[in-house]
Design a protein around this ligand. Structure first.
Ligand SMILES: Nc1ncnc2c1[nH]c(=O)n2[C@H]1C[C@H](O)[C@@H](COP(=O)(O)OP(=O)(O)OP(=O)(O)O)O1
Length: 192
C-alpha cells in the first residue's frame, strides 16, 4: 500500500522529472541522521555545515558517493569523517530525486544510524549538535527539509521527488512505501 502526498496538482514529470524511481539521478549523494534514545529522549544528531554547499545550514551527515564505493559504504564513511561516529546499524530509509528546470539532477540516499559508537567530534566540514526530534531547526536547514524530514522521522520508507527553481522546491511528491513484507532489516522500525 502506498500513500501519496502532493502540494500541487501538476504532475512532477511536466518539468523534466520522471515518475520512474531511479531513472533521473545524475549525481549521487548520501545523507545520514544518527539517532539516540539516551535518558528516554529521542534525539537526532545534526551538523551545521561550515563550508561549501549548504554553509550555515543544519543537516544530516553526508556527501557525494565516490567512484567504486557503494551507497552504504559512503554513508558509513561520511558519518565517520564528518562527526566521528560509527554505526552498527545503518538503515536505508528513503531516496530523494531532485531536479531543476535547467535539467540538472541529484539523487540522495537517506539513512538513519543506530547503535552508535565513538565520540561526537567537530570536523572541518560540520559542527555537530543533538536535537530533540520535536524541536528540529527547520528555519536553518535546506528549504525542502520540512517537507521530508517528518516522513524520515516516522520510520516509513519513502520515495521523494522535488522540482526546484533555484533553491526553492516548486513541486514535490512524497510516496510512503510499505516495506514491512520484505525479509530484511529494512522492514524493522529502528528509529528512536
Ligand atoms: N537541496 C540540497 N542540495 C544539495 N545537497 C543537499 C540538499 N539537501 C540535502 O539534504 N543535501 C545533502 C546531500 C549531501 O549529504 C550534502 C551535500 O554534500 P556535500 O557536502 O556537497 O558533499 P561532499 O562530498 O561532502 O562535498 P565536499 O565538500 O567534500 O566537496 O547535503
Amino acid at each position: 500500500m502506498t500513500t501519496l502526498e502532493k502540494t500541487k496538482e501538476a504532475p512532477l514529470d511536466d518539468a523534466g522529472a520522471t515518475t520512474a524511481a531511479g531513472s533521473i539521478g545524475k549525481r549521487y549523494y548520501t545523507v545520514v541522521f544518527p539517532f539516540s534514545n539516551a535518558e528516554g529522549r529521542r534525539q537526532v544528531l545534526l551538523g551545521l555545515k561550515k563550508r561549501g554547499m549548504g554553509e550555515g545550514l543544519w543537516n544530516g551527515f553526508g556527501g557525494k558517493v565516490e567512484p567504486q564505493e557503494s551507497f552504504d559504504e559512503c554513508a558509513h564513511r561520511e558519518l565517520k569523517e564528518e562527526c566521528g561516529l560509527e554505526a552498527s546499524h545503518m538503515r536505508y530509509v528513503g531516496v530523494l530525486y531532485m531536479t531543476r528546470k535547467d535539467g540538472s539532477a541529484m539523487t540522495i540516499y537517506a539513512y538513519t544510524a543506530h547503535g552508535l559508537s565513538g565520540a561526537v567530534e567537530e570536523s572541518d566540514e560540520m559542527k555537530p549538535q543533538w536535537f530533540d526530534v520535536a524541536d528540529l531547526p527547520y528555519n536553518q536547514a535546506y528549504s525542502e527539509a520540512r517537507l521530508w524530514w517528518p516522513t524520515m522521522l516516522s520510520g516509513e520508507f519513502f520515495i521523494a521527488r522535488f522540482v526546484f527553481s533555484f533553491s526553492a522546491p516548486i513541486k514535490h511528491q512524497i510516496e510512503r512505501v510499505d516495506v514491512s513484507h520484505l525479509p530484511s532489516s529494512s522492514s524493522r522500525n529502528l528509529n528512536g
